[in-house]
Ligand binder design. Structure first.
Ligand SMILES: Nc1ncnc2c1ncn2[C@@H]1O[C@H](COP(=O)(O)OP(=O)(O)OP(=O)(O)O)[C@@H](O)[C@H]1O
Ligand SMILES: [Mg+2]
Length: 360
């Protein structure tokens, strides 16, 4: 097992003043780790992955596999296994021939190839499928063949670019569990790319949240969810409410803010963010931590319900609280009285222990 290091890696496709597709990215994927690049379309995920694979060379910066500098090494010298969105399997070959492809290129003996292909098919739970044609398989099975083909060469790193996007919702969830199981068993250092935050949270050891070519935050799923570094991460991961509130007091890691309803509450600001009295703080609150109360309750934030959405697990109630917030506040309540409806006046309470001050 090896770690993978990106040091100040940038990629510009044009000489003109256009923004870099990947802008000064520094991160380390620990040996055996399942690491995900997460961000909206066009933020530079695929470009970053392609530089790790060797399909693009960085405009600046360095990439190391363990001790080896691979920045300008040809892709076929890197020992990477790749899995793509569109499977990229050979449709005219059988499952076994597809999986054997990388071994054939590496001139592995016939006996060893047969043994390793059989083992790889067992690992992805496709025993007995070796002689099938690719077009006789479901999408999920095809994606597992692609995974077997990537892993059979025993790559130093496994690179996966949106491998689940072509699958329907249920198969996507099953296949992501499978991918993670297989990755854990093989212990291969893995870089995964997705724009789906739920998928990233469910699968990853750590996530790098990207925006416009730059890394916004690197952390475990719990860290990026509960302790977002800035407003972008707070909104991109889950459905955060981000309120602009006047600061009334500031200590080292706690900031007091005034609420629209007249109340005051203290929020956690990890390193103070340099905020002082009179400044405006951006306070993030998860929908599941906002409490729906009576509008009569003292110091409640009062507003008007603009939407009620039943999701099965919870009911999302969206409340327009007027000036002071940049947008509506969404409450995800497990028990919402049936009588709450669009147009109702309601009160909201923000529990201080769950409020997190983010950077703009
Ligand atoms: N070969 C290329 N030539 C010029 N520009 C490119 C090239 N490939 C990507 N770009 C640009 O670089 C930026 C990052 O693209 P990239 O494909 O890395 O995004 P992404 O995060 O993978 O997006 P998506 O989620 O849509 O796949 C985009 O603005 C894109 O238009
Ligand atoms: Mg992409």
């Amino acid at each position: 097992m090896i770690d993978v290091k990106l040091e100040s890696v940038s990629k510009r496709f044009t000489r003109s003043g256009e923004a870099a597709a990947v802008d000064d990215v520094t991160l380390t994927i620990a040996a055996g780790e399942f690491f995900t690049l997460l961000g909206p379309s066009g933020c530079g995920k695929t470009t970053t992955l392609r530089m790790v694979a060797g399909f693009y060379f960085p405009t600046a910066g360095h990439i190391h596999f363990g001790e080896q500098d691979v920045t300008r090494l040809a892709p076929n010298k890197r020992d990477t296994g790749m899995v793509f969105q569109n499977y990229a399997l050979f449709p005219h070959m059988s499952v076994a021939q597809n999986v054997a492809y990388g071994l054939k290129v590496r001139k592995v003996s016939r006996a060893d190839t047969a043994r390793r292909v059989a083992q790889a098919l067992t690992e992805v739970h496709l025993d007995g499928y070796g002689t099938r044609r690719i077009d006789e398989l479901s999408g999920g099975q095809q994606q597992r063949v692609a995974l077997a083909r990537a892993l059979v060469i025993r790559p130093r790193t496994l690179l996966l670019d949106e491998p689940l996007s072509n699958l329907d919702a249920k198969l996507r969830e099953e296949t992501r569990t499978e991918i993670r199981r297989i990755q854990r068993e093989s212990g291969t250092t893995s870089l995964y790319v997705t724009h789906d935050q739920a998928e990233a949270m469910a699968m990853s050891d750590r996530i790098a949240v990207m925006r416009s070519g730059q890394v916004q935050q690197i952390g475990t799923p719990r860290e990026v969810y509960h302790e977002p570094a800035n407003a972008f991460v707070a909104r991109f991961i889950g459905r955060s409410n981000v309120l602009s509130l006047p600061v009334t007091s500031a200590e080292a890691t706690r900031v007091g803010v005034a609420l629209p309803g007249g109340g005051r509450v203290t929020a956690t600001a990890p390193d103070g963010h340099g905020l002082g009295e009179g400044d405006t703080a951006l306070v993030a609150a998860r929908p599941e931590h906002v409490v729906l109360v009576s509008p009569e309750e003292p110091d409640a934030i009062r507003g008007t319900v603009t939407g009620v959405e039943f999701t099965g697990m919870a009911t999302h109630v969206t409340v327009d609280i007027g000036a002071g917030a940049d947008g509506d506040v969404t409450v995800a309540a497990v028990d919402v009285p049936d009588r709450v409806d669009v147009g109702d006046r309601v009160g909201l309470r923000l529990p201080a222990e769950r409020l997190w001050v983010v950077r703009p």
